[in-house]
Design a protein around this ligand. Sequence first.
Ligand code: PCA
Length: 216
Amino acid sequence: MKTILLTGFEPFGGEHNNPSWEAVRRLDGKHLHDGSRIVAALLPCAFGAALDTLAVKIRLVAPDVVVCVGQAGGRADLTIERVAINVDDAPMADNAGQQPIDAPIVANGPVGYFATLPIKAIVQALHAKGIPASVSQTAGTYVCNHVFYGLMHMASSRHAIQHAGFVHIPYLPEQAAAHRGAPSMSLAMMMDALMILLETTISVKHDSHVSGGSTH
Ligand code: PCA
């Protein structure tokens, strides 16, 4: 039985809600098939503060698995992030009014970290349930990548964390209605997808050797 820390973000960029928190908060206290328990936490959409909050939660919850979830408006499917990079380059101010440009997240830290989730097996498990999903080769350079990199940096020295990674999810239908032509996914499907992702993470011993790559 494991403890899973699952985080979502507060709304940003003028949105009224953030699908990541809407989905994650509804999974708080839920159990996986083996009895592992989910603990949900909300992160501010702010450089620095988001990682401070995550660090406090990790200390309090002592999780075996940490998965952070964020909104990627415009993406059409659930994207399992492969790699976090050591740079903040914000295309817009965060919720605290900060807009770092080309700043390292961890001074002298490694250029990048790979997620320690079975990203290919997760995509396969989601497809098997009819849920659109793919591996993503970039989590961007905004607050989500910042949190992903900071999480992997913490996990690299906290060996109790067996798996850690990041997932981007599309807009909710009600958000897409305000962004003409933008793709969306229902809240129920997002919640199912996150449960499948976690079940796969704790049950798969070796990730699938299938391509999740792209040419761009
Ligand atoms: N998405 C943003 C930050 C918070 C969120 O939900 C991002 O992709 O960086």
